[in-house]
Design a protein around this ligand. Sequence first.
Ligand SMILES: [Zn+2]
Length: 203
Amino acid sequence: MPADQEHAAGRTPRPTSAVEVRRSARRRRTVSAYREGDRTVVLIPARMSEAEEERWVAVMLDKLKAQEKRRRPGDAELAARAARLSEQYLGGRARPASVRWVTNQNTRWGSCTPSEGSIRLSHRLQGMPEYVIDYVLVHELAHLLEPGHGPAFWRLMEAYPRTERARGYLEGVVAGESLPYVPPARDEDREQEPALPGGESSD
Ligand SMILES: [Zn+2]
């Protein structure tokens, strides 16, 4: 399972399979840790006891998690990013009134209400690669200009060069989780969703 997916689902890495402890004779007191692919490497002094090792691994995993959480963009950064993406790929024509993260959106990556100019992104995207989050942002920005998923919409999306790659990534996440499709509520009909299986076709 890719590390990104674990972050997106908010789960901690499994200590038994995902952590590799490396002992170093040169290390005397310092402990450090970093992510390497889907593993976490913890470097400890060679003479550390097993009890100490266990304690330090837990400490370092918490520390890494906190660091990664701080790196995730907040609402303000999201709005700035949307403005930059609109400028870069949509000629600055999409001008959202608000862009924010939401935690109540589990079957759609993003949604927008064109009449209000509001864009919402699922917190499940947090921790995914930047180009994937950018894709969902550009997708929702494009909906401010083209409500449906017709040819005009996809012509707009052609400007974003990593559309296909990002869609493949998201499809992989969904396939990996076997996410059940929940139909949108009636009063959400005006909202638009990026590609999810069973949703309005964007293929
Ligand atoms: Zn859409």
